[in-house]
Design a protein around this ligand. Structure first.
Ligand SMILES: [Zn+2]
Length: 171
């Protein structure tokens, strides 16, 4: 009998493995793309983008923001595992839209120390996508920054909307 969520996951994995056949792939993503997206539970990247096993790297965190650790993963993705394109995805209704840097102050009051990381909250989705694109493009560690595109995923329609780097709206 299982009750905890992790036990349920282990149970599901047994069924998965029973039907699994080794696809015989190596670690290099077939479609040579790395996707940086929010960890939001409503965003199923593979289904939303028509991706299959082995196609891409997915790098996810709260907000889908480009932090130093995302740059670390992208650097390894491009330099060691052959990806060339970067896709950045934020989404409507993101939890980071309702947080502020005051979150750090609250943590400090509660636990006695401030975290070393920034909350990376934002109030303007498009602006934060643009900032993320700029961080990728300006990284000295990334050899491939020609194909970097940013999007906002609408959690109510399932559609992606592209954000243009210069802040101009598509007609
Ligand atoms: Zn989010």
């Amino acid at each position: 009998m299982t009750d905890g969520v992790t036990d349920q996951l282990i149970e599901a994995n047994r069924a998965y493995a029973a039907a699994f056949t080794d696809p015989g792939m190596d670690a290099r993503p077939v479609r040579r793309v790395a996707i940086v997206a929010c960890m939001d539970a409503r965003l199923d990247l593979h289904a939303a983008l028509g991706l299959s096993l082995g196609d891409c790297h997915t790098i996810r965190n709260a907000g889908g923001v480009v932090t130093d650790d995302v740059i670390r993963s992208l650097t390894i993705s491009q330099r060691e595992l052959g990806t060339r394109s970067v896709v950045l995805i934020h989404h409507t209704g993101c939890g980071l839209l309702t947080l502020t840097e005051d979150f750090r102050e609250r943590l400090e009051r509660e636990v006695g120390q401030k975290p070393g990381w920034a909350v990376e909250s934002f109030t303007d989705l498009d602006q934060d996508v643009r900032q993320s694109m700029a961080r990728v493009r300006s990284s000295p560690f990334l050899p491939h920054t020609e194909d970097v595109r940013g999007f906002v995923f609408d959690v109510t329609t399932g559609l992606l909307r592209e954000v243009h780097p210069e802040g101009t709206q598509a007609p």
